[in-house]
Design a protein around this ligand. Sequence first.
Ligand code: ADP
Ligand code: ZN
Ligand code: ZN
Length: 817
Amino acid sequence: MDYFINVILPIPLEKSFTYAITKAEADFLKPGIRVSVPFGKSKIYTALVIEIHTNAPLVYEAKEIHQILDEVPIVTTEQLKHWTWISNYYMCTLGEVMRAALPSAFILESETVISKNDEVRLNDEDLKDDEFIVYEALHHQSSLKIQDLMAILDKKNVLPVIKRLLEKNVISVQEEIYEKYKPKLVRYVKLGTNYSSEKSLQNLMEDLSRAPKQRDVVMTLFSVSAQTKKPVKVSDLSLESGASSSIIKTLIDKSILEEYHIQTDRVQYDGGDNEASKHLNEHQNKALSNISESFENQNITLLHGVTSSGKTEVYVKLIEAQLNVNKQVLYLLPEIALTTQLVERLQNYFGEKVAVFHSKYSSHERVEVWNNVLHNAPTAQVILGARSSVLLPFQNLGLIIVDEEHESSYKQFDPAPRYHARDTAIVLASIFNSKTLLGSATPSLESYYNAKQGKYGLVELNHRYNNVLMPDIELVDIKDKHKRKRMQGHFSDRLIEEMRETLKNNHQIILFQNRRGFSPIVECQTCGHSPQCPNCDVSLTFHQYRNQLRCHYCGYHTVMPKTCDACGSVELDSKGFGTEQVEQEAKLLFPDHNVARMDLDTTRGKYGYEKIITALEQGEIDILVGTQMLTKGLDFRNVKLVGIMNADNMLNFPDFRAHERSYQLMAQVSGRAGRTEERGKVLIQTYNPYHKILQQVSTNNYQQMFEEQLDERHIYKYPPVFRMIKITLKHKDYNRVNIGADWYARSLRTVFDAHVLGPEYPPVARIRNQYLKHILVKIPQKQSLSKTKEAIIKINNSFLSVKDFRAIRVILNVDNY
Ligand code: ADP
Ligand code: ZN
Ligand code: ZN
């Protein structure tokens, strides 16, 4: 009898591919084991076995595999089930799912570039002959493609050698190398070296008798270090002495105090004793028991808990319960980089049981986490990760927590699979017969709707921890302020007043502006021309710091012109404003305070986020200006005032989710204010204070927002009432996209009739010199989703069989966000 395997190849093939194997191989192989296989004329790939059978393929002759790469499966049968669901649901190939799931070191192919690991010290005898040849070759050339090695070793079958070298950590596959972890630099102070003698100290205290506040700080430093016998943090000193950071800074400037930094490691656990979890208050306890009750007859439960209600502590109890029965827990977060605070908190409780999975980790680290999860290692019991961690090889998954479930970054935009991690997590949990808890202060309309429909359980937690009041939210009418000349730049008199008060009390301020750069658009006062990106249909944004115009879509940049390109006039003026301008104005208004900025531009570099978050925690920043990065679950004790500079540009964004998103953003950023005893204050500046979303934000009325928005989604047939598939056509030739899109939409209309929208140009119709056109298919609840997709695939296949259209890229996006 002849034996065959079906494999997934890491390329977008519609079907799995069949290879011939021997009887012995058939006995050995199992689904989830990798094999190296030839493909096409001369390519080799790592392929993953999904089925072993005896049916020869009908239309081609099966080639033989080169070699088996694993002793045991590295992908579980649960994963294969999960991948199949993802590929069906999100209309992509299994190869694409596999590429997203497996660390790149697992998928070797002819094109893979490998290089030598310099840190590794080797003895010659550590390597087998063929390994040594590769190692030698990499001495002469810093990187080589695997296909080059086929020539060097003079054989096709080179993947096993590569695999062994990877396991010995002698080589690495090339990819962007990211930071392994981001050390947190904490600021400490000690007494300046000039004051080590009794005598000099006495003199100092006498000198300082005229500066009692400074004297107090020095006294406090003595008493704190005497008590704790440990280095003293600037933040502790400021807290204990009640002195502002500027007083401490003065002492440092006068060399009375000396500052130094100690690097503390955030991601890697230092092995200290674990903290006991906190005692829940009555509201948290109630929520916890409601969740457990809900799980008795629901697989999915939504925890709707206001900001700072202590949801995390509730999750901690649920995690403990799972660990007690030896189950793994997956804790999903929107973006790991922004949530080091949470990572730290969970590590304090669960110590080395916590594994952090970062899509930006190097491949080697990802392989490590992968293997630990796969082997159900003690170090991988609580897996904390962003989107792609739903693709890990769980063994014994008991619970998934999706924190901040409303976050749109859970949806992968590009490339395929364009999956939503929340929905994908729910399916993963069901494969393990386990539960999913979704948590948010501002749930997505989708999840709240599902809860209201009884599809999910719903638990509410309406009290902030410690009964801290919800922040007091005030709407400031800047149209009126402008009229009455009460604005200084983009700051209303109310905002300035509140800022002054807050700073006087040594509290911190967050200013939110949902745009980076200085001012989004530069416009000529004479002719109205504004500089455009040459690659995209979008105006360039002025970045004052670099004196550049930049495109936020493709990265194009050029120096800011002195005169208008169109008419030569020097009267170039700016319209709208971004974070950079807010920062600059705040510095002018409050020259004695430290102003910092957190946006894509300031966090790009090494330790970008860390530096800013730590500086704010340590009280080195008084005013932090930022974009929506600020909304993500940060917990700053001392922030008492949040200013939203302009609510209108988010509300007016052309997207059916704009109002929902604006509510979520503003409610979340407001939630950063006053997370301890004192009530926080939020000022929202707007031209339209009667906008219903702003009214709902200011009264914290999620219910009303939900109902009104849901009504609109009913009327306009949008999710969650209708499902949606977005089809994007992309090509550098404008006409071809137009003709193709018309053809595509016409074909869709023959099936779906009025539920097809478009084709339409998106707001930015050309990106990186590619023209885009969208078509939307809306799917009523009663219509079968799988039949709908079948029909679309059929149309898609006929589309791609038209010669003129073949070069057009078609992107299918299910549940587009
Ligand atoms: P949420 O996730 O709902 O925004 P958090 O879990 O971050 O809220 O809690 C807000 C703050 O209250 C945190 O600093 C947390 O440490 C504290 N906190 C919450 N619950 C408790 C508790 N039961 N005991 C002590 N502190 C708590
Ligand atoms: Zn001009
Ligand atoms: Zn551009």
